[in-house]
Design a protein around this ligand. Structure first.
Ligand code: HEC
Ligand code: HEC
Length: 208
């Protein structure tokens, strides 16, 4: 347990540092209405290509692609940095992230942060959903927030497509190197497929 705590703390420290500059710039632009509007417009221009997959309004177009609407900006900055450094790997994102400047990342975060997450209307399996709720409330709320709204460096999970959540959790569970070093590896290590499916059902239908 002690080893786990140390690993978590050092991981948090590095992440917090990496996004400091972006966060400062974000706060500066986001708190001034005129600058925020300019950043929003620049972000909208920059995301044309991203919209093909993540949706122009940040609601993803495919169930295996994550939503970016209302995602926590600190998490977005960290994700860009992890893709750019190779710590997190994805066929497309690893190529795109190194080309985003600090200004791009801030503009994109301001743009997506203002988009509204749309509710999922697909029917859910009530038993699985119930199991997922119990697991989530037991293990996950301390970091991801009571309503999975995300906190500080942890991402919002509420409203993400179930398929993306299942894929992400399965890869953490299987210690897939595409997200090596993630705190989620040890958290998901003992999960069954059924537990993962329950969490995904529960989180997808959570209203933001
Ligand atoms: C061809 C499809 C595609 C395009 C275009 C694309 N993405 Fe992605 N993006 C993905 C996929 C797939 C993932 C999930 C990767 C994974 O599973 O780790 C992802 C993940 C992300 C994440 C991490 C989200 C999370 O919840 O962890 C961010 C942030 C992101 N993309 C931003 C962008 C931005 C900004 C652009 C435009 C510059 C962009 N993406 C363009 C497919 C795409
Ligand atoms: C110790 C804090 C902590 C706990 C507890 C925790 N998480 Fe996480 N989780 C994180 C952090 C930090 C990230 C983002 C960095 C990363 O990719 O590892 C994350 C990322 C994720 C992601 C990837 C999201 C995305 O958009 O790609 C999923 C899914 C997730 N967590 C689900 C869960 C679930 C379900 C639980 C409970 C079973 C849980 N987490 C418990 C800290 C935590």
């Amino acid at each position: 347990m002690r080893v786990l705590v140390c690993v978590l703390l050092s991981c948090f420290a590095t992440l917090a540092q990496a996004s400091d500059e972006a966060l400062q710039r974000f706060t500066q632009l986001n708190s001034d209405p005129v600058l925020r509007e300019q950043a929003y417009a620049a972000g909208q221009e920059r995301i044309r290509f991203c919209g093909n997959c993540h949706g122009e309004n940040g609601n993803s177009k495919r169930p295996y692609i994550p939503n970016l609407a209302e995602q926590n900006p600190v998490y977005l900055f960290n994700a860009f940095e992890m893709f750019a450094s190779g710590e997190r790997q994805d066929f497309i994102m690893s190529k795109l992230a190194p080309n985003l400047t600090l200004e791009d990342r801030v503009n994109v975060a301001i743009y997506f942060g203002q988009q509204k997450l749309l509710a999922h209307t697909e029917p859910v399996d009530a038993t699985l959903r119930q199991q997922g709720e119990v697991t989530f409330k037991t293990i996950c709320t301390g970091c991801h927030g009571v309503n999975a709204e995300g906190r500080e460096i942890t991402p919002r999970l509420a409203g993400q497509p179930a398929e993306y959540l299942r894929k992400a959790l399965t890869r953490f569970r299987d210690q897939d190197p595409s997200r090596a070093g993630s705190v989620m590896m040890s958290i998901a290590a003992d999960f069954s497929d059924e537990q993962i499916a329950g969490l995904a059902e529960y989180l997808q239908q959570l209203q933001p």
